[in-house]
Design a protein around this ligand. Structure first.
Ligand code: PLP
Length: 375
């Protein structure tokens, strides 16, 4: 463990005045959940298909398969790809732990790959260097809403005969070379956890353009039962279905998605103006070949000390911030992996500021001023 990691840890406010992320739940969400309840459709129901179809259309793919949460969406996608013990999968070292854990659920081995210092996403050259005869696929992550270097990664995947699954859990609203991520020709997963851009409480989605793969996902999602023959199971599947109540929330959230994305982008650009030129900060930017989804407005300080000083100062003012994910190779389940120096460095210096769609311009300015004052 790096010795400059703070011993006391990072302050976690119980009820922040300005949270990092908070969902926007309004009358429409209540109305549609009520409708699902009134229809008595609490498990399966019409909202699931409606949400799937609306989501697929919004992303620009043929199929969207809804799941209980984003983690099982990943597991489902990997299981549908027949990932098995002995296989290796390239996973970025700087991500939420679910990305690597889903590989473990299949009995396979996640191989941690360092990230690029500019995109903070899986470094294509490091990925190339990590390939072994056992490597079967890769799961790049669009970290905090910034698109991974998909052109290079997809070319590498094709060259090395690997499948590629996009972990787009944090990347609703993110585009890359004219398309929404998750529609770049590979299966992808999304998450609708309460702190994500669109929420269904818990929830997830797998997207794909491949009809047969979609069918396999649907089958595995529901115990591998053949739709036309009751209780006939040809494979060992899972129960990873999304409930109709979650989907009702999702349909309502989808209606306000574009407004939420506009609000988040405005917040990010207001931070960029407010913090421009401040010494000791490295600010994020829009990607050269797409649009940032701005799940989180995330920045870097010059040192862990500076970061933690700002975190504490903002905490004392009721402003929540989040440290970057702890690099996976520093966590007990993944200890012993090869070092990833870029990820280790970013993990210590990175912070996300409040980026919820409901944030007011005044709050954004208050946070910017608080960061400057603390520095
Ligand atoms: C949130 C998240 C997940 C998992 O989603 P859940 O819905 O919380 O299970 C997976 N990968 C990344 C990168 C995430 O941020």
């Amino acid at each position: 463990m790096p010795e400059d990691r703070p011993i006391t840890g990072y302050p976690v406010p119980a009820a922040p005045r300005i949270p990092v992320a908070s969902p926007i739940i309004g009358a429409r969400e209540s109305e549609l959940v009520q409708e699902a309840l009134a229809a008595g459709q609490v498990s399966g129901g019409a909202f699931v298909r409606r949400f799937e179809e609306g989501f697929a259309e919004r992303i620009g793919v043929r199929h969207a398969v809804a799941t209980m949460n984003g983690t099982v969406a990943l597991h489902l996608a990997l299981a549908a790809l027949d990932l098995k013990p002995g296989d290796e999968v390239l996973v970025p070292d700087l991500t939420f732990i679910a990305t690597a854990n889903a590989v473990r659920y299949c009995g396979a081995t996640p191989v941690l790959v360092d990230v690029d210092p500019l995109t903070w996403c899986m470094d294509p050259e490091a990925a190339r260097a990590a390939i072994t005869p056992r490597t079967v696929g890769m799961v790049p992550v669009h970290l905090y809403g910034y698109p991974a270097q998909m052109r290079e990664l997809a070319a590498l995947a094709e060259e090395a005969h690997l499948w590629l699954v996009e972990d787009a859990a944090e990347a609703l609203g993110t585009t890359y070379r004219g398309r929404h991520v998750g529609a770049l020709g590979h299966p992808a997963i999304f998450s609708f956890y309460g702190n994500k851009t669109l929420t269904t409480g818990e929830g997830g989605m797998v997207t794909t353009d491949d009809d047969r793969f979609a069918e396999r996902l649907r089958s595995l999602r529901a115990h591998g039962m053949r739709p036309e023959r009751r209780y006939w199971h040809e494979i060992v599947g899972f129960n990873y279905r999304m409930t109709n109540l979650q989907a009702a929330l999702g349909v309502a959230q989808l209606e306000r998605l574009d407004d939420m994305l506009v609000a988040k982008r405005a917040t990010a650009h207001r931070y960029l103006k407010g913090l421009e030129g401040v010494d000791g900060l490295t600010l994020p930017g829009e990607p050269p070949e797409g649009a940032h989804g701005w799940w989180m407005f995330s920045l870097l300080y010059d040192s862990v000390k500076a970061r933690d000083r700002v975190a504490l100062a903002l905490y004392e003012q009721g402003i929540e911030t989040r440290p970057f994910f702890v690099p996976l190779h520093e966590l007990p389940p993944y200890a012993g992996a090869a070092p990833c120096p870029v990820s280790a460095d970013l993990g210590r210096r990175g912070m996300s500021l409040p980026t919820g769609a409901g944030l007011t311009p005044r709050e954004v300015d208050e946070v910017s001023e608080a960061v400057k004052a603390a520095l």
